[in-house]
Design a protein around this ligand. Structure first.
Ligand SMILES: [Zn+2]
Ligand SMILES: [Zn+2]
Length: 226
């Protein structure tokens, strides 16, 4: 029988304290409500870092849209030479984008770190043991094609939310990166055309990621205990 609900049969034991739990106790978590409350009390709320990360991501999306607009103008006017006005404008936009992109990486990593703490505190079984390892998974070649996205799926699970949007974000992000890589190797109109595609994929990836961050909030621990 469940330790909290005497009439309910226990189906699992809490991963942390070993107490018998029923399905009421563990709707989506792998530790009991009391263990969740104890673990989450020391984790700061996610909202602040979520807002900052979303603002940075929206700025990055804006930069990709701007780069796409420059590419469209280049394709429309045929002004694709290295010395062309549009090439110079494009170069300045790309430089500004680099600054925005690096800032976004830092702010999103800070969000990712805290979001991992929340999920781990709720007993989510992640592919990593620590928030630092979760952040690090973004920077390991090939691992970063799957693990960060799997971690976000588990974060959403741990908050009782649908993780369907993660696959769209993953496909857009990876396709955007591959096409950006190809575009930098292909010169002329072809390269600009592929670069335009890449920017559009990145706009889609950024918007999808912002929606995931906005959605990803955990119910307060006190609400779980009652
Ligand atoms: Zn427990
Ligand atoms: Zn119970």
């Amino acid at each position: 029988m469940c330790a909290v609900h005497p009439n309910a049969p226990s189906v699992v034991t809490c991963r942390r304290c070993g107490r018998f739990c029923c399905t009421n106790c563990l709707p989506q978590f792998e530790t009991c409500p009391e263990c969740v409350a104890r673990a989450t009390i020391s984790v700061p709320p996610i909202e602040g870092r979520a807002t900052v990360a979303m603002v940075a991501l929206i700025a990055s999306v804006g930069m990709h849209a701007l780069m796409a607009a420059v590419a469209c103008a280049q394709l429309a006017t045929g002004d694709v030479g290295e010395e062309g006005v549009l090439a110079i404008v494009g170069g300045l936009v790309a430089l500004l984008y680099l600054v925005v992109f690096i800032t976004t990486i830092v702010l999103v990593c800070m969000w990712f770190h805290l979001a991992t703490r929340h999920a781990l505190a709720r007993g989510a079984s992640m592919e990593v043991e620590t928030p630092a390892a979760a952040v690090g998974s973004w920077f390991i070649p090939f691992v970063n094609l799957a693990r960060p996205f799997n971690l976000v799926r588990r974060m959403l699970d741990s908050a009782g939310l649908d993780a369907g949007a993660v696959s769209a974000w993953q496909v857009l992000w990876i396709t955007g990166n591959i096409t950006a890589n190809i575009s930098s190797r292909v010169g002329g109109m072809g390269g600009i055309g592929i670069g335009l595609l890449s920017d559009l994929f990145m706009v889609g990836a950024g918007i999808t990621f912002v929606q995931i961050i906005r959605k990803l909030k955990w119910p307060p621990a006190a609400a779980l205990v009652s």
